[in-house]
Write a protein that binds this ligand. Structure first.
Ligand code: FAD
Ligand code: SIN
Length: 532
């Protein structure tokens, strides 16, 4: 058993920034950050395009960034939250610059890029490796605080609540309280409890429920599933963002490699395989329309033409500048035989981002007491029905600042909870076959990709739910009887996320933002966020 004042689950932008902002002002607090992977492995690390922040007030303004965010969010953003994130964002970005993050400059000024849905150039970036650079700087900064202990290969299984003390807890309870988490040490599969006064979830998204995704293997929606099991509030799960341009991947690499939207911001043009432009049929902003529109347009063109991909044409762009801005993308394309300066880059949409998740308020408070959440695992009100490009890293930074401030103010009134039992592993036997887990995961990906993808309808959703229920039953059976493993925990969480996306999609009887159903192709005036 272990005790820590604050337990942070997740070491991406949201988790590490929260830890740093806590430690900076309260060196008396013990802060434990756990990550189930190697330190540094996160969605954050793969972010390419950059961080959106109003930087040049001569050409840009908060009002413009707010308007772009609201427009992309298609009526479901919380305007107060949008205003808060966008006006506070630049100060948070300045902080990470002070902590050592590098962003590209041109003639001594930050080189601001553009992405889909943005009306101005406002994306700070470090080549096409912005996330890697931010992750690097945050890890370095974290090391300068003795009060922060970062432990990798520690898998959070479930949140400790009154349920573990034998009380019945339902979604109707408004006093559910978090006391820590059960975790598995992946080096020996030992399950321990970590008791904490406050827990912060920063576990990222769940892209791995789909066959094609830009998200790394860690993106299994563990935090969302843990909160759902703890009977906390989950919101807006139907709004899964498909990035329009992942590199076409016939070899089935997991994850899919992203061709950043910044490439279109730099002048890359979407075309069909025979070299014809098509975006004018869908939106005046052409290749730089918001993602939901571009992804649906590509999906439609592929279906009409019976083709497996469309292409991104960059051949007209300045070669030196392209390679300077996008060295990783250029080299990745070369590695599969594509010279982006001479050939079309074949691209397809791939699952990229979860706009919904754990419902939080402006300070990252969840519906469970003493449980905060930040970053992609949340539904904060910033993204609504569709996230504006490069607003996610921004959200992680601003959330972290609020969460840390509130914890600093409130933690002195919180006590550890006594009497939490150790994990009970009775009744389990040795795992029989890993294939049971891997096959179920493949099935889940097939179900989600075939029936709950970019274009949905009632028949597909119903079919998905029936199949997901079967997978759920089989997996719960395995969970009750086999020796537990991180793979099994992840499978369970993936299925929960798939189920939530499908149920939320079934509840939304309209098309809005990222949720498009042929049964209800129009927007309804009276429909708001969906909550469970
Ligand atoms: P993550 O960075 O995903 O971190 C999650 C952490 O939680 C990891 O440390 C993980 O190991 C840990 N974890 C998860 N489950 C458990 C568990 N059960 N136990 C213990 N630890 C756990 N956004 C932008 O704003 N701009 C971009 O340019 C951009 N580009 C992107 C490019 C790609 C390819 C991808 C995939 C995403 C991109 N995004 C971008 C989105 C953005 O990167 C993420 O939304 C953001 O980084 C999420 O940060 P986070 O801290 O919430 O979660
Ligand atoms: C990209 O570089 O296209 C990803 C940006 C984002 O997801 O915000």
């Amino acid at each position: 058993m272990e005790r820590t004042d604050v337990l942070i689950i997740g070491a991406g932008v949201a988790g590490l920034t929260t830890a740093i902002k806590l430690a900076e002002r309260r060196s008396d607090l013990s802060i434990t950050v756990i990550t189930k992977a190697k330190i540094g492995e996160s969605n954050t690390k793969y972010a390419q395009g950059g961080v959106a922040a109003v930087w040049d007030h001569q050409t840009d303004s908060y009002e413009k960034h707010i308007a772009d965010t609201l427009d992309a969010g298609d009526g479901l953003c919380d305007e107060e939250i949008v205003r808060m994130m966008i006006t506070e964002g630049p100060a948070r970005v300045k902080e990470i610059i002070e902590w050592g993050t590098r962003f590209d400059k041109h003639n001594g000024r930050y080189d601001l890029g553009r992405e889909g849905g943005h009306s101005e150039d406002r994306i700070l970036h470090y080549k096409d490796l912005t996330g890697w650079e931010i992750q690097r700087a945050l890890i370095e900064k974290t090391k300068s605080f003795e009060s922060i202990s970062v432990r990798d290969q520690i898998y959070a299984i479930d949140l400790l609540t009154q349920h573990h003390l034998g009380y019945s807890v339902t979604r109707a309870n408004d006093d559910i309280t978090c006391y820590g988490a059960y975790v598995m040490d992946k080096s020996n599969n030992d399950i321990q409890k970590i008791e904490a006064k406050v827990v912060v979830l920063a576990t990222g998204g769940a892209g791995q429920i789909y066959r094609s995704t830009t998200n790394p293997l860690i993106a299994t929606g563990d935090g969302i599933a843990m909160v759902y099991r703890a009977k906390g509030r989950i919101e807006n799960m139907e709004f899964v963002q498909f990035h329009p341009t992942a590199l076409y991947n016939p070899a089935g690499e997991n994850p899919d490699f992203l061709i950043s939207e910044a490439v279109r911001g730099f002048g890359g043009i979407l075309k069909t395989r025979d070299g014809k432009e098509f975006m004018h049929k869908y939106d005046d902003r052409l290749s730089l329309a918001p993602r939901d529109i571009v992804a649906r347009a590509i999906d439609n063109e592929m279906k009409i033409r019976g083709e497996d991909y469309v292409v991104l044409d960059c051949q007209h762009l300045d070669k030196d500048a392209f390679i300077r801005h996008f060295p990783t993308i250029y080299n990745k394309c070369l590695s599969v035989g594509i010279d982006a300066m001479k050939d079309f880059i074949p691209v397809v949409p791939a699952c990229h981002y979860f706009c919904g998740g754990v419902k939080v308020d402006q300070d990252g408070k969840t519906s469970v007491h003493h449980l905060f959440a930040g970053g992609e695992c949340t539904s904060s009100g910033l993204h609504g029905a569709n996230r504006l490009a490069s607003n996610s890293l921004l959200e992680g930074l601003v959330h972290a600042d609020h969460i840390a401030r509130v914890i600093r103010e409130e933690i002195d009134d919180i006590e550890y909870r006594e009497g939490i039992p150790d994990w009970d592993a009775m009744g389990t036997t040795d795992p029989k076959e890993m294939v049971l887990i891997t096959q179920s995961w493949k099935e889940l990906k097939e179900i989600m990709s075939s029936y709950v993808g970019i274009v949905r309808n009632n028949v597909r959703l119903k079919r998905a739910l029936t199949r997901l229920n079967l997978l759920y039953e089989e997996t719960e059976d395995l969970y009750r009887t086999t020796t537990l493993s991180p793979q099994l925990f992840e499978l369970r969480n993936l299925i929960t996320n798939g189920n939530l996306v499908t149920r939320f999609a079934s509840m939304r009887r309209e098309s809005r933002g990222l949720h498009f159903t042929t049964d209800f192709p129009d927007k309804q005036d009276f429909l708001d966020v969906t909550v469970l």
